[in-house]
Ligand binder design. Structure first.
Ligand SMILES: Nc1ncnc2c1ncn2[C@@H]1O[C@H](COP(=O)(O)OP(=O)(O)O)[C@@H](O)[C@H]1O
Ligand SMILES: [Mg+2]
Length: 334
């Protein structure tokens, strides 16, 4: 019945502040909800510190979830036992930002790609076949397999990381800033590769980036995080061409000709002057439209169109009231 492969509902995560009293926690995510359809690329965008990696870590079981759930295929996090985690790790793979840190420098490239199969007990003959297949898919020259990661360029290393992730034939790939450490010239080729792999293999993608401009080349839908809250979600076209939240608008407006990185250049993309409010709108202190209502209670994420949701009273007021319907379920701010 459900087209969604991933369904995140009301995800909240907090961290203990270093060197403070036990109860003093930093709210990294507040009631984040989104879904990703089978074979869709959902891009999660937001400035540094907005909570993007925390979403990835929560989905992967690498950080404690205070509240909410994430259903991924037939798995629901939290709540998996050891055996389920093992199955989960075949189905869900991750690629991180820094291909330098992710690869053991002492192993050959071929061994690095084969390693996940060894760990998961795949037989030798099948390992060979799968490694050859994935090496071809990520367009790595087979001659490189005998070498070490240090001999590779940044782009080649990230291809090795992608190969390692895909060799287990996962259904979901979480890519956390996968091109941010790479030269601009190489970024496009990695984005193209991920888009191709998605088409060829039916992969579902959670693509995390601080760069709204960049994600339009791969995303089917975009979610914008600010201060640990999802403030806008829509199709890539809706968010890029008809942004509704003042923060999303500022990201796009700040880019002359929209040719370069939006988030890194937006003035408001600097870390918020005051910590996002727990009760009011997280963007309130940095927003020129803010009023008492915004400060008093955080706007819920509501539908502006059947596919476009925004958490802003002002944006909602601009739309005819008949088009605004609260999103069903315990989505946001509830
Ligand atoms: N292990 C941790 N302990 C305490 N605070 C953390 C921890 N990890 C992340 N944070 C804080 O949580 C916020 C969100 O971090 P993160 O999810 O890494 O953001 P992003 O990936 O968007 O840059 C940041 O303010 C960060 O400092
Ligand atoms: Mg991050």
């Amino acid at each position: 019945m459900s087209r969604d492969y991933v369904k995140v509902r009301g995800l909240s995560v907090s961290y203990l502040r270093a060197g403070t009293l036990r109860k003093d926690r930093f709210q990294a995510l507040t009631k984040v909800s989104f879904e990703i359809e089978h074979n869709e690329c959902f891009a999660l965008v937001g400035e540094s510190g907005s909570g993007k990696s925390t979403v990835a870590r929560a989905l992967l079981g690498l950080t404690r979830i205070d509240e909410g759930t994430a259903r991924i295929g037939s798995f629901t996090v939290p709540g998996l036992d050891a055996r389920q985690w093992r199955e989960f790790r075949r189905e869900v793979q991750v690629v991180f930002q820094d291909p330098y840190l992710s690869l053991n420098p002492r192993l050959s490239v071929g061994t690095l790609i084969e390693e996940p199969l060894i760990i998961h007990g795949v037989a030798r003959a099948e390992r060979r076949e799968r490694v050859a297949d994935v090496v071809r898919r990520v367009r790595l020259e087979p001659e490189l397999l005998a070498g070490r990661p240090a001999q590779l360029s940044g782009g080649q290393r990230q291809r090795v990381c992608i190969a390692r992730a895909l060799v287990l034939r996962p259904r979901l790939l979480i890519a956390d800033e996968p091109v941010s450490a790479l030269d601009l010239s190489v970024q496009a080729s990695i984005i193209d590769l991920l888009a191709e792999l998605k088409e060829e293999t039916g992969l579902t993608l959670l693509f995390i980036s601080h760069d709204l401009e960049l994600v339009q080349f791969i995303a089917d839908r975009i979610g914008v995080l600010y201060g640990g809250r999802l403030i806008e979600v829509g199709s890539a076209a809706e968010v890029m061409e008809d942004p509704l939240h003042p923060y999303t608008k500022s990201l796009l407006a700040a880019v002359p000709g929209r040719l370069t990185s939006a988030v890194s250049q937006a003035p408001s993309a600097l870390p918020p002057r005051s910590a996002p409010s727990n009760t009011g709108c997280p963007y309130g202190t940095n927003c020129s439209l803010t009023d008492m209502k915004c400060q008093y209670s955080g706007p819920p994420l509501v539908m502006a169109t059947p596919t476009h949701r925004v958490a802003c009273y002002k944006a909602q007021a601009e739309k005819p009231p008949t088009t605004i319907a609260p999103v069903e379920g315990p989505l946001h701010g509830g």
